[in-house]
Ligand binder design. Structure first.
Ligand code: ADP
Ligand code: MG
Length: 140
């Protein structure tokens, strides 16, 4: 399995609860390396751009409102099979359906305020990394 990069966000519910360190530790303990990281308070426009793929969904407004409601930590993670591995560590979108020991099971509040984001495929990982980081900011 190849070394991959994926994009991760620690969402505003989790930064509000001071969980940046605990969540990052889960990623590191599972073999992912943080090769870029910054704390951003995204604008409504940035949230809409990032989540454009969901613009037709009923929860789009709520999602963009939430994502621009406070600080987020955007990160690039590197490791073997990083995209799928991060999705496993995160758990299901709905925390009530997330497996025991996953980040969302332990820290998420609801299906909307669910602590973390992770890219779902190589193409989206590439796009999402480029949305927040320049190559110079990523140090493997
Ligand atoms: P994931 O983050 O697990 O990849 P999706 O890509 O389906 O999930 O959705 C993106 C984000 O939109 C979710 O993480 C969550 O914050 C929000 N969301 C998804 N479904 C709902 C819903 N039914 N109600 C409110 N917010 C939702
Ligand atoms: Mg998704």
């Amino acid at each position: 399995m190849a070394v991959e990069r994926t994009f991760s966000m620690i969402k505003p519910d989790a930064t509000r609860d001071n969980l940046t360190g605990k969540i990052t530790a889960r990623l590191e303990e599972n073999g992912l390396r943080v090769v870029a990281s910054k704390r951003v308070w995204m604008s409504r426009k940035q949230a809409e751009g990032f989540y454009a793929v969901h613009s037709a969904r009923g929860f789009f407004n709520e999602l963009c409102e939430f994502m621009s409601s406070g600080p987020t930590v955007v990160q690039v993670l590197e490791g073997e099979n990083a995209i799928l591995k991060n999705r496993e560590i995160m758990g299901a979108t709905d925390p009530s359906k997330a497996a025991v020991g996953t980040i969302r099971r332990d820290f998420a509040k609801s299906i909307g305020e669910n602590a973390v984001h992770g890219s779902d495929a190589p193409e989206t990982a590439k796009q999402e990394i480029a949305y927040w980081f320049s190559e110079l900011e990523i140090v493997g």
